[in-house]
Design a protein around this ligand. Structure first.
Ligand code: SD4
Length: 290
C-alpha cells in the first residue's frame, strides 16, 4: 500500500521539505507543495546555488533556471532569468498562463514583471565578494559537493496519489554568460509522469543533459525497475560514457507512485531529505565511487 503523502528533495533541505509537508499534511495538492517548498530555498540567501543569494556567472550576473511539472504532464520553465527571486513561481505561471512551456532571459523577466513579480538585486554582498575573489584567478573548476551543488529538486505526492515536481537553481558557479544547465530542462533536471513517478537531478548539468537523466530514470521505472535501481542505472549511463567522472558530481532522486524513493550519485556526500508519515529524515545516498 502506498504511504502517502510524501515529499523528497535533493540535499539537506529540511526547511523546504517541511514547508512542502505542511501543504501536503493539510490536504493541499502536490503542485502547491512543490512551489511552497522550492520557494523556501529561493528565499534563503545562505543557499548560494538557488534564487536570492545565488552565485553569479563569471560576469557577475545571477541568472536563474527553474521548472515545475504537474500531474497532467504539463510543464513550465524559465532559464537564464535575472532579477526575480522566485523563478519556481514564474515557471508555474508560464505553465498555467501561457501557451508556451519555456521562457528565457529578458522575456522571462518581462513576463514575471507583467505577472506582478518585483525586480530585485539578487547578488548579495557576500556573493559579490566571493566573485571578486574568484576573478583574481578566474579558474573555472567546480568543487565536488561544494560550491556547485545546492540545487533543489523536489518530488511530492499528495493524499490523492498525484505527483508533481520542481527544480530551481542559479546553476554552476561562475558559468559562462548565457549557460543553461539541466535543472529547468524537461527530462533532464526533472521529469514527472503521474502513471509512474518522477525523478530529479543535481550536480554537473551538462552530464545530466547529455543523458536526459530524469526522463531515463522514469522510463526505467516504467519498465519495472525500482526507484533505486533506476537511479543507479542513470548514474552508470554517465560514468560509462565519460571517463572524467571522477571530477564531477551528479546525484539523482526518484519517487514512484507507491511513495517509494531511491537515490544514487557519483561521489559520496549527496543525500535526500524526506518527509513521510509526519516524520522528517535525511538519507545519505549510495555512490558509484566509495
Ligand atoms: C546545473 N545542475 O546548473 C545544476 C547545478 C546544481 O547544485 O545542481 N547545483 O548544472
Amino acid at each position: 500500500k502506498a504511504v502517502l503523502p510524501v515529499v523528497v528533495a535533493t540535499w539537506r533541505f529540511h526547511n523546504a521539505t517541511k514547508a512542502a509537508w505542511e501543504v501536503l499534511k493539510n490536504g493541499g495538492t502536490a503542485i502547491d507543495a512543490i512551489e511552497q517548498g522550492c520557494r523556501v530555498e529561493e528565499a534563503d540567501v545562505n543557499n548560494t546555488t538557488v534564487g536570492n543569494g545565488g552565485t553569479p556567472d563569471r560576469d557577475g550576473h545571477v541568472t536563474l533556471d527553474a521548472c515545475i511539472m504537474n500531474k497532467e504532464g504539463n510543464y513550465g520553465a524559465v532559464v537564464c532569468m535575472e532579477n526575480i527571486a522566485h523563478p519556481i513561481s514564474v515557471a508555474r505561471k508560464v505553465m498555467e498562463d501561457t501557451p508556451h512551456v519555456l521562457l528565457a532571459g529578458k522575456g522571462a523577466e518581462e513576463f514575471a514583471v507583467s505577472k506582478g513579480f518585483v525586480r530585485e538585486n539578487l547578488l548579495t554582498a557576500s556573493r559579490k565578494k566571493a566573485w571578486e575573489k574568484w576573478k583574481e584567478k578566474s579558474e573555472y573548476k567546480p568543487i565536488i559537493n561544494i560550491e556547485n551543488h545546492d540545487t533543489i529538486g523536489m518530488l511530492a505526492i499528495d493524499k490523492n496519489g498525484d505527483i508533481s515536481g520542481g527544480c530551481t537553481t542559479s546553476g554552476l558557479a561562475y558559468k559562462m554568460a548565457g549557460r543553461v544547465g539541466d535543472s529547468a530542462v524537461i527530462g533532464s533536471g526533472l521529469f514527472i509522469d503521474n502513471a509512474i513517478g518522477g525523478a530529479t537531478a543535481t550536480g554537473m548539468g551538462e552530464e545530466v543533459l547529455k543523458t536526459v537523466g530524469s526522463f531515463l530514470i522514469v522510463e526505467l521505472m516504467r519498465q519495472g525497475r525500482t526507484p533505486q535501481e533506476a537511479c543507479e542505472e542513470g548514474v552508470k549511463r554517465i560514468v560509462s560514457s565519460n571517463l572524467n567522472y571522477k571530477n564531477f558530481q551528479v546525484g539523482y532522486v526518484a519517487l514512484n507512485k507507491k511513495g517509494e524513493f531511491g537515490s544514487y550519485c557519483i561521489h559520496p556526500g549527496f543525500g535526500v531529505s524526506k518527509y513521510q508519515e509526519d516524520k522528517q529524515t535525511y538519507i545519505a545516498s549510495g555512490s558509484y565511487i566509495q
